[in-house]
Every structure is written in C-alpha cells, then in structure tokens.
Design a protein around this ligand. Structure first.
Ligand code: SAM
Ligand code: SF4
Length: 430
C-alpha cells in the first residue's frame, strides 16, 4: 500500500510527519512523495486559525474527487474527532497517537472508519527515525502540549497537557543523528521553556542545551517557542558560555497593551516583557529576538494598537510573525469575547505593522554591512543562490554549490535588503 503524507502548519507537525513516515516504513508500507501515486493520503493538519482549517477541508474535497482514501492527523484530528467521518475521512489520528498510524493504514484496506486519540508517544523510538527532511538539520520535539491556555488559542485543547521527553531520550536522539552526519538541531515545544517541569527531577531547557552541546559533532543548537514567564535567564547565560547555542530567541509577546494581554491571559505585563528583554540583552547584547503578534483581538482599540506599535518600535524585533485574530471554537475568547474589530481595521493594522517591521529589518541589517559571518549552508533557493543562517538566525544568500550544503562557511556580506542579506563565500571551514 502506498501512502503519502502532506504537512500543514508548524515545525512540530513537520517533525511528527518525519516520525510517521518512519513508522509506516517499519510497518512495511511504501511512503511516496506524490499524492497522485498514493492509495492513501494522510493530511497532517493545523487548527490555529480558521484559514488553516479551511485549507484542509478543501484539500479533503479534492482528494475525495480523486477517489483517494484519506486519513487525518495533527490538531484538526483532536479538535474535530468523529466529525471528520462526515467529510469522507477514513481514519483520524490524534497528535499523541502517531504510533498507531501503521495500524490505521493497515485497517484502512477494508474501509472501516477508525479513530485513535490515546497517548502512544512512549512507544516511539525517536532515535531510530531516519526519514528526515534534511540531512544536516533535525527537528526534535522535546515537550508535547501546552498548559498556558491563552484565551484565543486552540492548542491546549488539541495537543493536551505538557509532557516532556526524558533528557536521556533526547540526548540519545541527538547522538544517533550526529553519527549520521547531522550538525544542527532545533528543540521544539509549544512552550519549550516548560521543558522538564513535569519530570520533577531538575531537568530544564538550559541543562539540555548545555548537555547536548557537549556532544562532539553538534555544531549549533536552536529552540522554539519561548514563553515569557517560563523563560529562564540561565539560557542566555548558557549562550555566553557556549558558542554552539544559537543567539536566537523566539519570544512571542502577542500584544503591547496590558488590557489586551490580560484578556489574552498572557500572565505578564508590557513592562515585565520589556524588563525580560533588557535582562536578556544585558547578558547577550547581540541576542536576536523575534516575536509573534496578534492584531484585532476582541476589544482592541486604536489606543491598544498604538501600544503594540510603540512596543515594536522600542524593542526592534529581528523578525515578527503577524496574525489577524481568528476566533477558535471552544476557546475562552470565542465563548466570551465578541469578535468586534472590523476586518478592514484588522487588515489595516496588520499592514501598518508589516511596513514598520520592514523598516526595522532594514535598519538592523545595516549592522551586517561588510561583515564576515559564519554561516551553516542550508540549501539552494529557487533563484539558484544558496543560503544559510548565522548564529543569530540571519539568512544570508550567496553563490555556491551543492557540496557546500551542511558545511560551515565564512561569508562576506556585500548587499543589504530588508529581507535576506547577500554575500560572497570567502572560506570553507568544513
Ligand atoms: N506557543 C507559542 C506562543 O506562546 O506564542 C506559539 C504557538 S501558536 C500555535 C503560534 C502563533 O499562532 C501564536 O504565537 C499566535 O500569534 C498565533 N495564534 C494562535 N491562536 C491564534 C488565533 N486564534 N488567531 C490568530 N492567531 C493565533
Ligand atoms: Fe497557544 Fe498560548 Fe500555549 Fe502558545 S502559550 S500554544 S499561544 S496557549
């Protein structure tokens, strides 16, 4: 039986797909790259915004027309459960039930509808997953779920409570990947700073980073996504002491107004967030800080929005993911707050912030002019140029060749834009 998995959404979904592919191969199934070749198509889905959910439903419609058998995994599986059968789906696999994928695919032969929502994560041999998208960089999910319950967010309802993987399991995975030539690792969690808290044995993200950096062959370590009140200053301290830990922190603020932050249940004030950034920058002055912001949250006035604008101007994030508020059924905001900001206003605010961020990026990128930076080469872009990142997560493009992928090179930056930087490779470090 030929199976294809199509991935929507976040890096955690990317990693779940990689694991699912390995489990399917272990079960004797063929995993194919194209949907048309497949007997069964599994969609690994995202439910964070209505738009992401709608995309999946229209994809299901197209697959039905092609006569494909359809399975659903990811956040929509946990959100919609049996409702998905009405859309012609054959099996539903919750975010924690991925170990059941081979069973579901095997049973799909006779057309029986199946649903798996139980936690089977402990059955997975993470260190044996070889079906990865990259040959030198690996996603490693270290904590599942989220306990924060921001009022707008569906994730705690779909991905469940926080559950950390034991540190030995993560280090075993890193070690076995290093043996296969992997050099860069990104530790993933919806709230990655909560890593270890549920284990009650002193495990923490900072400790994991320090231990993983001791493994020979590890070149760079990343982590995503941080939550302000769980973020520990031990992390920037570890960055100073350890050049393998990337100086990049993705620390979503979501809003600049205290009134809205409270309504979002973000558990910190604007002042506390700014203080945290100052503390990080006092330890690592060149730390690259990026963020997520939601515009048009219920009740957001011009004054509230202005508070976000002022915050963005004051902090000067290296990168900003902007999202228009999307009510998600079942969340507190959906139940109790009216989605009262007109769509036009939401779009206007979003494009205002987009332009502001562009100007900030242009200004921050000037610091790179004529600099020589150490870059790990990632891939070739559609425009033919190669690109990679420096330790601050800055993307730099240059002329190169396929042999450079995965190697560390010194690039001299010679062109600045608001987006990527351009340069010339001056040295190959290996
Ligand atoms: N855990 C991270 C955090 O604390 O921000 C990020 C995970 S969340 C799935 C990714 C981003 O989606 C959030 O940072 C938020 O900006 C956005 N998001 C979540 N729910 C949303 C909603 N209902 N409408 C618009 N954006 C939303
Ligand atoms: Fe969602 Fe908030 Fe958890 Fe992030 S911290 S996943 S935004 S509930």
């Amino acid at each position: 039986m030929k199976v294809h998995i199509y991935t929507y959404g976040c890096q955690m979904n990317e990693n779940d797909t990689e694991i699912a592919k390995q489990l399917l191969l272990n079960g004797g199934f063929e995993v194919v790259d194209s949907e048309d070749e497949a007997d069964i198509v599994i969609l690994n889905t995202c439910a964070v915004r209505k738009k992401s959910e709608d995309k999946v439903y229209s994809h299901i419609g197209k697959l039905r027309k092609k006569g494909k058998k359809i399975g659903i995994m990811g956040c929509i599986a946990d959100k919609e459960k049996e409702n998905l059968f009405r859309r012609g789906v054959l099996f539903v696999i919750g975010t924690r039930a991925i170990a059941k994928i081979p069973e579901a695919v095997s049973n799909a032969k006779d057309g029986t509808k199946q649903i798996y929502l139980d936690d089977t994560l402990d059955e997975i041999d993470y260190h044996k997953v070889e079906t990865r998208n990259s040959k030198h960089h690996a996603w490693i999910t270290i904590i599942y779920g989220c306990d924060r319950f921001c009022t707008y967010c569906i994730v705690p309802y779909t991905r469940g409570r926080e559950k950390s993987r034991p540190m030995e399991s993560v280090l075993l995975e890193v070690g076995s990947l290093v043996e296969k030539g992997y050099k860069e690792f990104t530790f993933l969690g919806q709230n990655v700073d909560a890593y270890g808290k549920d284990l009650n044995d002193g495990t923490s993200l900072a400790k994991l980073l320090i231990e993983a950096a001791k493994i020979d062959g590890v070149k760079r370590l990343w982590f995503l996504t941080s939550y302000p009140t769980d973020f520990s200053l031990e992390i920037p301290q570890a960055m100073v002491e350890n050049p393998k830990i990337a100086r990049s922190i993705h620390l979503p603020v979501q809003h600049g107004s205290d009134r809205i932050l409270r309504a979002m249940n973000r558990r910190y004030t604007r002042g506390e967030y700014i203080e945290l950034i100052n503390n990080i920058r006092n330890i690592v002055p060149d730390a690259s800080i990026s963020s997520d912001i939601i515009v048009g949250f219920p009740g957001e006035t011009d004054e509230d929005f202005e508070a976000t604008v002022e915050l963005v101007k004051a902090i000067k994030f290296e990168r900003l993911n902007l999202a228009i508020y999307s009510p998600r059924e079942g969340t507190v905001a959906w139940k109790y707050f009216k989605d009262d900001v007109p769509y036009k206003t939401k779009v206007r605010r979003m494009s205002y912030l987009l332009n502001l961020q562009k100007m900030i990026n242009r200004e921050l990128n000037e610091a790179y002019r004529d600099k020589r930076v150490e870059v790990i080469v990632e891939a070739q872009a559609k425009n033919g140029l190669f690109y990679g990142r420096d330790i601050r997560n800055k993307i730099i493009s240059f002329e190169g060749s396929h042999e450079l992928i995965g190697k560390t090179v010194i690039v001299k930056v010679n062109k600045i834009t608001a987006g990527p930087l351009y340069g010339t490779v001056e040295e190959v470090l290996g």
